[in-house]
Design a protein around this ligand. Structure first.
Ligand code: LER
Ligand code: MN
Length: 270
């Protein structure tokens, strides 16, 4: 299993030179810690010089396994499940930008918080219908660009629908696109799934999984809480999963400290 960690590039605030400097510094720091990749949480991927990013990641022999898109909802307020068609359109247009960037850097695009939350004039039922129709369009974009989308079940405190893995697998089956796969996040599993059944269920659906997020039950570095990472990761190892497990935590006390601690702990159990 390959290891990565989430980083930002602040591309909306930084100029090109600063963006490239930041990416180089992150790669330089992660490589000796035995990382295989860096997952990027972006807002405006079209502002980034993709050629330079490729040169740097190749020179460090690192991958960019996935692109986080949640900032589209957090910062712009665009979402795939929004009641207003024009807002959904904006979100799909943003997904296209991520897909184009992903195509160039051989990455995958996460469909998580970008699904949004419903407002009082909507409902969970309407939201799910809107997410489904937007997602079908996103799948077409992904198929045309040979990019994979990663559907991420997210806990009920952050999002209003598709909180569990089983609901998400049902949706993936219904949409039926080869370019739509599942992302499982240990933190959301801890909050949403039944501990009595989850391990058996993960074995059953492991073949849908194309990316993994890791955070402990406090959303701090893996190994600092009581989530059973050994059992969790072994399920995927035994299922022949050779994708990435990516650390996505609260970066406290610092990104550097979390990266160091997590790599040490995970390499000892992987
Ligand atoms: C995104 O990957 C995620 O897990 C959400 O909870 C947003 O942080
Ligand atoms: Mn996640």
């Amino acid at each position: 299993m390959q290891l990565s960690i989430v980083s930002t590039l602040n591309e909306s605030k930084y100029n090109q030179e600063e963006i490239i400097k930041k990416f180089s510094a992150v790669c330089y720091f992660l490589k000796p810690l035995d990382y295989d990749g860096v997952e990027l949480s972006l807002l405006e991927p079209e502002k980034i010089d993709v050629k330079q990013i490729n040169e740097i990641k190749d020179s460090y022999e690192l991958e960019i396994p996935a692109l986080g898109t949640g900032n589209t909802f957090i910062r712009f307020g665009y979402s795939l499940g929004h009641i207003d068609e024009s807002i959904r359109r904006k979100a799909i247009e943003r997904v296209e930008k991520y897909v184009e960037f992903a195509r160039e850097v051989q990455s995958k695009v996460i469909i998580g918080l970008i699904r949004g939350r419903y407002t009082f004039e909507s409902s969970q039922k309407k939201e799910k219908i809107n997410i489904k129709s937007s997602l079908k369009e996103c799948c077409r974009l992904a198929e045309n660009n040979n990019v994979e989308l990663l559907f991420e079940p997210i806990n009920r405190f952050e999002i209003d629908s598709y909180n569990t893995i089983s609901e998400s697998v049902e949706l993936i089956k219904e949409i039926g696109s080869n370019n739509l796969r599942l992302l499982v996040d240990s933190y959301h599993i801890y909050l949403e799934e039944d501990p009595g059944f989850i391990w058996d269920y993960l074995e059953e659906i492991a073949h849908y999984v194309s990316h993994i997020h890791l955070a402990d039950c406090t959303r701090r570095a893996p190994g600092t809480g009581h989530f059973d990472f050994r059992t969790f990761l072994n399920i995927f190892k035994n299922a022949g999963y050779n994708g990435f497990a990516s650390i996505e935590t609260i970066m406290k006390p610092s990104f550097e400290e979390v990266a160091r601690e997590s790599s040490e702990y995970l390499r000892s159990i992987l």
